[in-house]
Design a protein around this ligand. Structure first.
Ligand code: NDP
Length: 347
């Protein structure tokens, strides 16, 4: 089968588009899916470049967000049938430990992000993939395969951050970093859904127009405007109720400054670096909350996808590329030129 792998860390030159990969063998509880679309994530870049303290198993195959049809089922699989249209929930866990039973699969000792921490040769950037049957979710009928792949993980992650962890409420002010990106474009839509007011941070006018079209209530260009001053003017000097963080070191100080007393920063990532200053006085004096959030459960994905099925949240696709053009996808993502998601199509 065709697929993209790499057997060392480096630039885009390490990516290999291959046509000689074996179709994965499945176990009794697995499903073989024929992939119609797979969306790119920042973890494609992390895995290719390598991250300190993380061992990638080579040959590595990227791809956390795939959508396709059931092509074959293991002997113990009863919940799916051939040709069912599915998307993959890419946060694999054992399903039976105490943390999984409590509904915290990301605390499971076996938790792995598919196509990032799995391997060798185990990800969605291929024609076929082996997936545990309980990590498949029915594709909403109104979504194309491209849209389903594009929305899966970002909707789940943003949903867990805002709804499950930060308890977004009507009337809340929510500051959204990287608002035109994969997570940010969903966060704006979730704010609308919950009656909250989004303050979208972007880096240029094209992105500003795009986030306005998604329904952002306020837009700040981080290169031409002073974020602190704008946020204080918008919120009448109170600060925001929630900061939607994933940008990390370069933005953290501004995030803490813009947060109101008793407010919540919720973060799932650190695109610009892991180390950030912490003024401990804010934690106790202002009773601020700093929350981590990582991926989400299958049930949370099903809950969130209902709003994609109803049309209230839509998938945002920046570019659709053939899988053999994966290197271009890496370049676009690396240059920050993406509006929403990049989708790769195996055929
Ligand atoms: P995108 O590339 O789609 O968007 C990232 C955005 O970050 C860009 O649009 C850019 O917006 C903004 N950005 C980049 N540099 C800076 C900077 N110096 N200051 C302010 N903003 C900046 O990525 P995603 O939305 O898909 O993912 C974002 C992060 O979240 C990644 O680190 C990813 O790994 C992580 N993540 C974590 C998950 C989890 O479960 N833990 C799940 C999904 C993602 P602009 O330049 O316009 O301001």
């Amino acid at each position: 089968m065709r697929g993209v792998t790499f057997d060392r860390h480096g630039g885009i030159e390490v990516l290999q588009y291959r046509e000689d990969l074996p179709i994965p063998a499945i176990g009794p509880n697995d499903v073989l899916i024929k992939i119609h679309a797979v969306a790119m994530n920042h973890n494609c870049l992390w895995a290719r470049r390598g991250l300190p303290g993380m061992d990638i198993l080579f040959p590595h195959m990227n791809g956390t967000d795939a959508a396709g049809v059931v092509a074959e089922m293991g002997s113990a699989v009863t919940q799916w049938k051939i040709n069912d249209e599915v998307l993959v929930h890419g946060g694999f866990s054992c399903g039976h430990c105490v943390e999984c039973s409590r509904g915290h699969p990301s605390f499971c000792p076996e938790f792995q992000i598919w196509g990032f921490q799995t391997g060798p040769n185990a990800g969605g950037e291929a024609e076929y993939a082996r997936v545990p049957a309980r990590h498949l979710v029915s594709k909403p009928a109104n979504l194309s395969f491209d849209e389903a792949a594009a929305i899966g993980s970002v909707l789940l992650t943003a949903w867990r951050m805002l709804v499950v962890r930060a308890h977004i409420q009507p009337g809340n002010f929510v500051l959204i970093w990287g608002a035109a990106g994969g997570l940010g474009s969903i966060a704006i839509q979730l704010c609308r859904l919950y009656g909250a007011k989004s303050i979208a941070i972007v880096s240029d006018d094209r992105k500003a127009a795009f986030v306005e079209s998604l329904g952002a209530d306020f837009v700040i260009n981080r290169h031409t405007q002073r974020i602190n001053r704008e946020v204080m003017a918008i919120t009448r000097r109170r600060g925001v109720d929630i900061v939607f963080e994933h940008t990390g070191a370069e933005t953290w100080e501004t995030s803490t400054y813009c947060l109101k007393w008793g407010g919540t920063i919720v973060t799932c990532g650190a695109t610009t670096g892991f180390k950030a200053p912490l003024d401990i006085r804010f934690l106790w004096n202002k009773e601020q909350n700093y929350l981590g959030s990582h991926f989400g459960s299958v049930s949370e994905m099903i809950d969130a996808l209902k709003f994609a099925a109803s049309g209230q949240i839509r998938a945002i696709i920046s570019d659709t590329l053939p899988l053999c053009d994966v290197a271009r996808g890496h370049e676009l993502l690396e240059r920050g030129e993406v509006f929403g998601k990049i989708v790769l199509v195996p055929e």
